[in-house]
Design a binder for this molecule. Structure first.
Ligand code: DHB
Ligand code: MG
Length: 233
């Protein structure tokens, strides 16, 4: 790939999105209302939202778990995909109460019922996940078919491990956002000196007998990055 191709990435994103992911007022509102409330513009792109929605449909997922609600933009996409099949709900974990509040506004503006269709659990992922596990063990919460990890990058592996444990098992899907940027930042690949004590998500998943996985690199309106996609064996 030459740099010439990359400079067209944003134009290709906007051209393809204009034809395949036409702008929807409730999704536009989620972006603009989030920005108006000071939430950083790090939500997934429209094309990625559509991709996650297609993956939800392809996998037949009923119960989706999200780490990192942010302003609820991805939550709206998941909820639409689930509702199209009259199926299940999204459980989303968010550490920041102000972001949670904006997400509730954005979801409700999009006609999503909170908490019936999207339930937001407030707290740090590693505090909330053990509680979710207890509820699953007690039979008051269902296991997850699809796990979307889009929170603090240092904990990608911990969230992945929890995701596998809380999944329904064989065929469950785990999607980790920002995997490529994290690899470049932690120095596994690229300019940063690698800390020999850090095993990257990719190294750990590669050794993990519970799953089968790959990484796909991406360019687009969100620049250069990539995601890890795993299926539970
Ligand atoms: C950024 C992008 C993300 O998707 C994310 O989850 C966090 C940060 C960024 O562009 O900095
Ligand atoms: Mg992200």
């Amino acid at each position: 790939m030459s740099i010439k191709d990359v400079i067209y990435a944003e134009a290709v994103a906007s051209y393809t999105e204009s034809h395949l992911v036409p702008s929807q007022p409730e999704l536009e509102h989620a972006y603009t209302n989030s920005t108006a409330h000071g939430i950083p513009e790090i939500a997934i792109s429209p094309a990625q939202g559509k991709f996650l929605s297609l993956l939800t449909t392809i996998s037949g997922a009923k119960n989706v778990l999200e780490l990192g609600t942010l302003g609820g933009y991805s939550g709206i996409w998941f909820s639409k995909a689930l509702k199209a099949r009259s199926s299940g709900k999204l459980t989303s974990i968010e550490i920041d109460a102000a972001r949670r509040d904006v997400a509730v506004q954005n979801l409700e503006f999009a006609g999503v019922k909170v908490p019936e269709e999207v339930e937001i659990l407030l707290g740090a992922g590693l505090d909330v996940l053990p509680r979710v596990a207890k509820e699953i063990e007690a039979g008051t919460r269902e296991r997850f078919d699809f796990v979307f990890i889009d929170a603090d990058w240092e904990n990608q592996w911990n969230y992945f491990d929890w995701g596998v444990k809380l999944s329904k098992g064989k065929g469950a899907v785990i999607y980790v956002d920002n995997t490529v940027r994290e690899l470049l930042e932690n120095g596994s690949v690229g300019p940063n000196k690698k800390d020999p004590n850090v095993d990257s998500l990719v190294e750990r998943v590669g050794k993990d007998e519970r799953v089968d996985a790959t990484v796909i690199q991406t360019v687009g309106s969100k620049s250069y990055d990539g995601f890890l996609l795993a299926v539970v064996r």
